[in-house]
Ligand binder design. Sequence first.
Ligand code: NDP
Length: 390
Amino acid sequence: MAEAKTVHSAMVTYASMMSLLTLCPPFVILLWYTMVHADGSISQTWQYLSEHGLQSYINLWPRPSLVACKIIFIYGAFEAALQLLLPGKRVEGPISPTGNRPVYKANGMQAYFVTLITYLGLWWGTLHHPHLILVLGMELYPRIGKNFDIKVFTNCRFGMMSWAVLALTYCIKQHELNGKVSDSMLVNTILMVAYVTKFFWWEAGYWNTMDIAHDRAGFYICWGCLVWVPSIYTSPGMYLVNHPVHLGVQLSVYILVAGLLCIFINYDCDRQRQEFRRTNGKCLVWGKAPSKIVATYTTTSGETKTSLLLTSGWWGLSRHFHYVPEILSAFFWTLPALFNHFLPYFYVIFLTILLVDRAIRDDDRCRSKYGKYWKLYCGKVPYRIVPGIY
Ligand code: NDP
């Protein structure tokens, strides 16, 4: 368990260092303090800060330690080695606006299982590990050499992988503190791990999404995946470590089933769009031939290309329906904390704001890419996210 403590500590050190390096507001540390030492109560943290002054705030910052730096370096190097060395299918990404088609090696699921088995094996072997929240161009497809894709490393193998590792770490930590794992923690961990497993199962599909195909490897993406994901996305689990809630079997099962269903629907939305594009519209959508718009657009080099826009299935309900189950999944893995404090719900609220903004940005980008075809799509599918409402 000492290992779980050290891993958590190293993650705290990592996020704080990254916050300092990037001169970002040290919000992560306040969140960590409130979750771990102030029962998730913002007013308790505010009282502590007003009583003890600025020095107390400075004292909150976990100091970087050599052990934390070593853990982060070894974790990063381990993930980089798995990305380079594990076998995987050759997968082609979407064509960029300049006409380039990136090629990837799809070995995320293998890397995911090797990581979790290695981590649990290390924990089991030594039976027993908070310094990680402090340590951490603008290319569309930045690479080292031909094979080491930096965005796959930062977004998937470091960011998303650390989500699963930390979810397990919080579970182990609660077991270390209480000699057992509460049903609330179990529901939270199963749902977060199921979500990350789904992510790696579909990783090659992720290489076709906005993060990879449109957003450049600048501050927004890199800091978000290297710092924000490990520290904020996992925060409901961090809260539950010191605040085990007894839900009972019935409520646990209801929350678990609802969460798993949302994770599945989110997966199925992404799968449906990608299957439709992969087969050039020659697939069944909800058992029927898909309805579609054949849209043409011009690349920056002046070439005219064609894209298909699906207007049935999930993509006929609203233009970004997949964000609804994404937000609900996060709600269901936070719900085990019940409603004693607002802070465990920070991620759900943040995610809602992020996805509403993302839907607006994506609509704007698609409107300028597809012009009249996008207008046609908006006419057929008028709602942006929530059918009938928005
Ligand atoms: P996607 O990239 O999957 O989808 C948007 C793109 O799909 C558009 O840019 C357009 O690209 C294409 N498209 C739009 N409408 C249609 C249509 N009707 N038919 C076919 N193609 C269409 O979106 P995201 O990257 O936002 O989401 C991917 C996944 O990641 C989702 O599951 C989402 O919930 C999740 N996510 C999670 C976040 C988190 O922080 N937890 C943050 C963001 C996303 P093109 O130019 O190719 O036409």
